[in-house]
Design a protein around this ligand. Structure first.
Ligand SMILES: [Zn+2]
Ligand SMILES: [Zn+2]
Length: 355
């Protein structure tokens, strides 16, 4: 045990910096001897007090009366000496060393999850920082986590970085490539290992079930045909735009039948107006939280400034074409030719306002 050694005399008691336990140390001081001189007198080893009574502590007890190790004795004293047995059941392990992280405070299932995540991280060839591991384990302890897979982790922050990684690992272990496309957050590398490190498509704010289903099927088809990860992401963006439009309709467009041909034409007009809205976006203050949301979820082309336009004629066409696969949505397939015959404002908006 780091930071713990037994008394040089042979007592089963923890030694202080001089190498002797408390009792031997005071006997030595009383006799006015150095440690060497004291050991030369061949003192009799004393019996120990057993292990520290804190549930998760493997250290030797230092005090006969409390049967706590030195560190826990200090903690208990500074906690105002509460009822000892109850305190010892709930007290945390001692983190004495920077490269030893006790897992004893965690439930067995969570220990296994931590080890699985840690192992995967090592296999990836990553260098693990002990202090990061420690802060991750402390977070789990503090939040009394019973299952890391479902733990509500903070979205960012260095103390929980490893937890987010481990959680992803655990979820990947449960993943099934056959059903991945039916999730509202589709992880591309599960769908097809070729999309490693290409992120996921978040469809969680698409409220209309039929549009969600359609988009999921579309993503599945694209992935099966080996489309680029970018194309898959654009499918997600396009579907979100369409969902935004649906919310402007009666019943929020939850029934495909109420959208119809008129609805599709209205969508294209609406989208043209949204393209003009990008001027409003550019005017948003950098501190405005809406700016981040709009940039990340709806206008990725603006976020980098160099990415291709999100909404192009081609993508309008794909989106409209894919809606025709819903039987109850009897829509005409708008060909690129027909899109070109739309009002000039749409063309203008598509080719200039999005830059
Ligand atoms: Zn001793
Ligand atoms: Zn202890």
């Amino acid at each position: 045990m780091y930071g713990e050694s037994a008394c040089l005399v042979g007592c089963v008691r923890p030694a202080d910096a001089g190498g002797l336990c408390k009792s031997c140390s005071s006997a030595r001081v009383k006799a006015g001897l150095s440690v060497e001189e004291f050991l030369a007198t061949c003192p009799r080893p004393r019996q120990g007090f057993g292990n520290c009574i804190v549930r998760v502590c493997p250290r030797m007890a230092e005090q006969k009366r409390t049967r706590l190790c030195g560190s826990h004795q200090n903690q208990w004293a500074s906690a105002g000496r509460p009822e000892l047995a109850a305190w010892a059941r709930a007290a945390r392990a001692i983190y004495t060393s920077i490269d030893v992280v006790p897992l004893g405070d965690l439930p067995p299932a969570v220990i296994t999850q931590v080890l699985l995540g840690y192992q995967a991280q090592l296999r990836e060839g990553g260098r693990l920082s002990p202090s990061q591991v420690k802060s991750a384990v402390l977070w789990l302890t503090d939040h009394e986590t019973a299952d890391l897979r479902t733990a509500a982790l903070p979205g960012k922050g260095a103390t929980t970085t490893y937890l987010r990684l481990w959680q992803r690992t655990l979820l990947d272990l449960d993943a099934d490539a056959e059903t991945e496309h039916t999730r509202t957050v589709i992880r591309l590398h599960i769908l097809n290992p070729a999309y490693r490190a290409k992120g996921s498509i978040d469809l969680s704010d698409i409220h209309a079930p039929w549009l969600l289903h359609l988009t999921q099927q579309h993503v599945l088809q694209l992935a099966a045909s080996g489309a680029s990860a970018n194309r898959l992401h654009y499918t997600g963006y396009a579907a979100r735009w369409f969902a935004m439009f649906l919310r402007t309709l009666p019943g929020e467009g939850c029934q495909p039948g109420t959208v119809g041909r008129a609805g599709m034409t209205a969508y294209l007009r609406w989208l043209t107006a949204r393209a003009r809205d990008t001027d409003d976006y550019q005017l948003l203050s950098a501190k405005d939280p809406a700016r981040d949301v709009v940039a990340a979820r709806l206008l990725p082309s603006l976020a980098t400034g160099t990415a291709p336009l999100l909404v192009t004629l081609q993508r309008h066409y794909q989106l409209v074409a894919s809606t025709s696969r819903v039987p109850s949505l009897a829509l005409p397939v708008v060909t690129p030719d027909k899109v070109r015959s739309l009002p000039a404002t749409l063309l203008e908006a598509s080719s200039t306002a999005w830059k």
